[in-house]
Design a protein around this ligand. Structure first.
Ligand SMILES: Cc1ncc(COP(=O)(O)O)c(C=O)c1O
Length: 436
């Protein structure tokens, strides 16, 4: 569906741009493939941070996914999306005390503790609420080779508890045994991993750690969260994972540990791999200009909606996958041109010297692979442009799952009493000056 330019043009004409379009049928098919390759050895948990739309979360729940949340806001939305407490886990290195209180109150499947201090707070919160709370421990492994683009484990890190500190962790479980129930372990080493061996060896490390915890500490994991980090190719030099083979290997690996680990619940977390290729971002070319011999296309959408597609903070300065959809049937020569968004910063660069058919005002730019870390990873308040519409296509219907924002949204939660009071004072001043 998202490959069909005619469909995208029709949606852009009907709903306007900038807009995200998600293909719910492709998502369903993708999810079903992944789970069938896993042969029910592990459950897939959707990482909410990758796409914060509650309808997408609800759609994934209807397919059978669980959910990994990383804030009270995501927890709130997960509940709204219909997830039962048993389908929710809560991770994140800086959970605030109020957030922990809320998670304890909701009796979710498990809170993942990322430090000893957090574990202590969880225990105290449970005690106060007269509950026993299920807790998983995120472990930062001693040493592991990870080929993640962004490393979040195996190195000094704010994420998780160093493996060498497991003694202290189990002392705390002992100390608070009325309040804490040890549910299991979690490891997540980083995102956008395209190396099958690296993924499998990190999962094996996690499984071995669960075995070690059983043997050395006498603690059996009821849950082993293998994390994930499955990548997708964005740029030409990147090779896609062979998903079917990989997930079958994951299933074989899990099976080889099942009996020894006494059949825990195995979890795989997934954001990017699940969603990225099921969404596109559409923006329209508003102006075409030339500067010092170079052509620039200026689009109506940009970094404030989709930071990841721009060059902001990117080490590798490659263009995101994109295509230009001509609004008229005119054919155009392919030329090198730069495409920018409307923000007053050079970082709002969508594509540098991209080879595309010569752009004209009204052409549609389709940014591919945008279903994950699009809107959820963007500085939406910067410059005060309205937020984009989000459209879900599913079973032959269109669903506007987020309305386009309006300028009034910008004032939401802004407290104007200061401003009103000052204006009143200014008017009094002006009136008194006039009377003088
Ligand atoms: C703990 C945790 N789980 C899951 C994810 C999702 O990762 P991905 O989108 O690579 O699947 C992240 C991403 O940062 C994470 O930090």
């Amino acid at each position: 569906m998202l490959e069909n330019d005619f469909t995208l043009l029709e949606k852009a004409n009907r709903y306007g741009t900038p807009m995200y379009v998600y293909d719910g049928d492709a998502l369903k098919e993708h999810y079903e493939h992944i789970t069938s390759w896993l042969h029910q050895t592990a459950e897939v948990f959707f990482s909410f941070k990758s796409n914060g739309n509650v309808s997408i979360a609800s759609l994934l729940r209807s397919f059978g996914a669980g959910i990994e949340v990383a804030s009270e806001g995501e927890l709130f939305m997960a509940i709204k999306a219909g997830y039962s407490p048993q389908q929710i886990i809560f991770s994140g290195p800086g959970k605030q005390k109020e957030e922990i209180d809320t998670a304890v109150q909701h009796e979710i499947y498990c809170i993942i503790a990322e430090s000893k201090e957090e574990l202590t707070y969880i225990a105290e919160s449970a005690k106060r609420q007269d509950k026993q709370v299920s807790v998983g421990i995120r472990i930062n492994p001693e040493s592991i080779e990870s080929r993640a683009k962004i490393k979040m484990g195996g190195v000094p890190s704010p994420f998780g508890i160093d493996e060498s500190k497991l003694n202290d962790v189990f002392d705390l479980f002992q100390k608070y045994d009325h309040s804490l129930l040890f549910k299991g372990i979690h490891m997540y080493l980083g995102t956008q991993v395209l190396d099958e061996t690296s993924l499998l060896s990190s999962f094996e490390y996690t499984l071995n750690t669960a075995v070690r915890i059983k043997n050395e500490y006498g603690r059996t994991c009821q849950m082993v969260d293998l994390g994930g980090g499955f990548g997708i190719p964005y740029f030409q030099h990147e090779t896609p994972l062979h998903a079917e083979r990989l997930f079958q290997h994951v299933a074989d690996l899990i099976r080889s540990y099942e009996t020894e680990l006494e059949f825990p619940r195995f979890i795989i977390e997934m954001g990017r791999f699940l969603l990225a290729e099921c969404g596109v971002y559409l923006t329209t070319i508003q102006y075409v200009k030339e500067s010092k011999g170079q052509p620039f296309l200026i689009a109506d959408g940009g970094m404030h909606h989709h930071q990841a597609m721009t060059f902001r903070g990117r080490l590798l300065r490659n263009n995101y996958p994109m295509r230009l959809i001509k609004h008229s049937s005119n054919t155009a020569d392919v030329v090198k041109q730069s495409i920018v968004g409307p923000l007053c910063t050079p970082e709002d660069l969508i594509g540098r010297q991209v080879e595309l058919p010569q752009g004209e005002v009204g052409d549609l730019l389709c940014i591919e692979k945008s279903g994950a870390y699009g809107l959820s990873y963007s500085p939406t308040l910067f410059l005060g442009h309205s937020s984009p519409l989000e459209l879900l296509l599913f079973e032959g219907n269109d669903y506007v799952v987020r309305d386009r924002g309006t300028p009034e949204d910008l004032l939401l939660k802004q407290n104007r009493s200061f401003f009103r009071q000052r204006r009143g004072e200014d008017e009094t001043d002006r009136a008194s000056t006039r009377n003088d």
